[in-house]
Design a protein around this ligand. Sequence first.
Ligand SMILES: Nc1nc2c(c(=O)[nH]1)N[C@H]1C(S)=C(S)[C@@H](COP(=O)(O)O)O[C@H]1N2
Ligand SMILES: [Mo]
Length: 241
Amino acid sequence: MDFIHVHQHNKLQRRQFIKVAGLSGISFLLGGCGTPAFEDLVGKLSEPLNQKFENLIFNSQKPVSEFSLSEIEPKALIVNTFRDTPIIDTEKYRLIVDGEVNNPLSLSMAEIQALPQTSMIIRHVCVEGWAAIVQWGGIRLREIVALAQPKANVQYAYFKSADGYYESWDLASVLHPQTLLAYQKNGQPLPVDNGAPLRLASPIKLGYKQSKWVTKISLVSYLPPFKGYWEDRGYEWFAGL
Ligand SMILES: Nc1nc2c(c(=O)[nH]1)N[C@H]1C(S)=C(S)[C@@H](COP(=O)(O)O)O[C@H]1N2
Ligand SMILES: [Mo]
């Protein structure tokens, strides 16, 4: 009886935290999905995040104001890819989340799309002198980070893409409520040239920070010598908007 009481108490605290922090993981916790692996994953969600992450989420930057549906510029987003568009089998695709985490993840697109979806209309800004107002739909990156249960020493996220592109971000920007892993663009499934099955989208970073075809996210305490494809060619690392 005592055990049950304590367990429910923890669950409640977790629920309250999720509510206050704007994490909506509880909704899919109640929704369920069926596969045993997915239930394992969801079970882990009842563990609290460590204090450092809770503080970063509570104190995260103010949301950037968004545009309205009528302001979307459907033709303005120019495909900008340093190599050819990679070929990815969406059925076999897995997003790997590893590094200094207690719960490494390997998620299919079906599992990612079962997580709470959000959308935003923001301006994408490329340093090459163009911009586009786009609607992105997907999962908040911080929900995926929370599922992976990062250790307190994590400072950065390192992103690998299927075309050989790579990027790294500071943790506060990773946990920003408008930093998404997007699988929709302007209300439609994300086109492959724009990064399907999964890409970064955020109103707080320049275009080159927004990796397309993300296959792996490593949560790390130090930055490797290769910080980002364009950064290693002289562009600024933080690249905030
Ligand atoms: N994997 C990968 N991601 C990438 C790039 C790339 O070449 N490869 N280019 C970046 C740049 S410079 C920009 S402006 C945006 C362009 O996104 P879009 O092609 O969907 O318009 O993707 C960014 N992400
Ligand atoms: Mo760009």
